[in-house]
Design a protein around this ligand. Structure first.
Ligand code: ADP
Ligand code: MG
Length: 222
């Protein structure tokens, strides 16, 4: 379970700008949560806080009882590697690795033995509709295919938390819908918790719950 309690973040500057103002959220495993908001309201910042990449000015963030804001950098990196998966707008597939090697990446970092990595990568590729495409090079793949690979990579090490930042921002409408269906289905199938931030109301159509992040930095049910 992820718990955010009164999370605040102010940007330095003159005058300082209160970006996130008392964000509260409780979300359980097995759910796919959407947070939508206009460009610049602080969606990516909120995900960075949840990932432990940034610190809140005040408030509490907890993942399965672990205080995320209280972790030192090493522990936060360890928790990210073990327990989190990331999907980005720009895919971030490594161009010099094959599709399967990209999917194996987090497992490799977590010390999963090679045969188990290969087995799991093949299983994940099949789950995202890319069965038998493990040897494909990223340059040969379309945007939709790259995002499928990214989803397989984000979920292959069975993270408790999947964080997606505008995962369909670079995809056409039909491809976006297919990718979101896949992502939501896979998050639920693995009993993970998925948090997606997006500017797109359509992208939230398959979410179990949707919130709106407002210009005033408040999170409200949508
Ligand atoms: N480290 C930072 N220092 C200064 N300004 C930042 C920093 N990070 C983000 N911002 C600013 O905070 C605002 C929100 O950014 P972001 O979280 O990326 O919004 P969104 O993802 O909703 O578009 C933007 O105005 C951005 O320029
Ligand atoms: Mg953003």
């Amino acid at each position: 379970m992820l718990v955010l309690e009164n999370v605040c973040k102010t940007l330095p500057g003159t005058p300082p700008r209160r970006l996130l103002d008392g964000i509260c959220l409780r979300a359980e495993a097995g759910t796919w949560i959407g947070i939508r908001g206009e460009s610049g309201v602080g969606k990516s910042t909120l995900l960075n806080l949840i990932a432990g990449l940034e610190r809140p000015d005040s408030g509490r963030l907890e993942l399965d009882g672990v205080d995320l804001a209280g972790l030192d950098e090493n522990s936060a990196a360890h928790l990210r590697r073990r327990s989190m998966g990331f999907v980005f707008q720009a895919f971030h597939i490594l161009p010099h690795l094959s599709a399967a090697q990209n999917v194996e990446l987090c497992m490799l970092l977590n010390g999963v033995p090679a045969p188990e990595r290969a087995r799991r990568a093949a299983q994940m590729l099949a789950a995202v509709g890319m069965e038998g495409r493990g040897t494909a090079r990223p340059a040969q793949l379309s945007g939709g295919e790259l995002q499928r690979i990214a989803i397989a990579r984000a979920l292959a090490h069975q993270p408790r938390l999947v964080l997606a930042d505008e995962p369909t921002g670079n995809l056409d409408a039909d491809t976006a819908a297919a990718v979101l269906q896949l992502l939501s289905r896979q998050v639920r199938a693995q009993a993970s918790l998925g948090i997606m931030v997006t500017h797109s109301a359509e992208a939230c159509a398959m979410c179990d719950r949707v919130y709106l992040l407002t210009r005033a930095g408040r999170l409200q049910a949508d």
